[in-house]
Each structure stands twice: as C-alpha cells, then as structure tokens.
Design a protein around this ligand. Structure first.
Ligand SMILES: [Zn+2]
Length: 132
C-alpha cells in the first residue's frame, strides 16, 4: 500500500501532491469498503500536531491492484475538496465531484466513475424518500 500511495502522490498535479504530502495522513486497515476520508479534527499533523485542514485517509489493504491508485486518488480528492464526511454540510454531489476530479487527474477505475461512487448515496436517498 505504501508504494501505491507514493506512486499516486507522484502522479498528482504538483499543488495537489504537495497538499497530500503535508495535509493527509494515510492509514491502512482491513475495512469492508475501499476507502474513506475524514476531517482533521479527528487526526493531526505528525510533527506540529495541527488539526486544521488535516485529513485522515483510511484505506483497505484488500483493494484490487487495478483499483488501488484510483481509490487513493479519489480519497485525496475528497480531502482536496474539503469534503467533511462527518458533517451535515457535506455537498450532495461530493461523490460525483471527487470521482470527476480524480478522473481529471488521469486516474482510472471505480474511483473515477461518478455513477459507481454515487450509487450508495442515491440508494440511501431513495430509501429515505420511500419511508417518508
Ligand atoms: Zn468517495
């Protein structure tokens, strides 16, 4: 996973790569989803302990090889776009926005597919509408 992260950081546009080096902390654990990005108030910079605009990116070791770079880049896109996934103010288009940005950076795979990335949120929204 570390080598995949390094590769993605090298492929990103320079400003995004610098942002990811300085503002994102990556951890890899065995989750049931490909990845998740959380705001810095639950994480902090390793050296100066700041939390503002810091992002914790959680990655799943089991992401298939052909999806790993797109997944990492997709999670960095969430951080770059300041998508606070534990806030009620997160834009409804966050998954589409992150997927399109990831694609614009030249990555491929499910992390660049707006329809794939947005599907769980649409299904949740649709099921909420059925209940009301
Ligand atoms: Zn996403």
């Amino acid at each position: 996973m570390l080598e995949a992260i390094r590769t993605v950081l090298r492929k990103l546009p320079n400003d995004v790569g610098l942002f990811a080096y300085g503002r994102c902390v990556f951890i890899s654990i065995g989750l049931g989803s490909f990845g998740m990005t959380l705001p810095g108030r639950i994480s902090s910079h390793l050296v100066d302990r700041r939390t503002r605009n810091m992002w914790l990116i959680i990655l799943d070791e089991r992401v298939p090889d052909d999806e790993v770079q797109g997944t990492i880049a997709h999670e960095i896109a969430h951080a770059w776009l300041k998508h606070d996934q534990i806030s009620i103010d997160i834009p409804e288009t966050c998954e589409v926005d992150a997927a399109l940005l990831t694609k614009s950076w030249g990555f491929t795979g499910k992390g660049t597919d707006p329809d794939y990335c947005d599907r769980p949120y649409r299904q949740l929204h649709e099921s909420n509408n059925v209940k009301s």
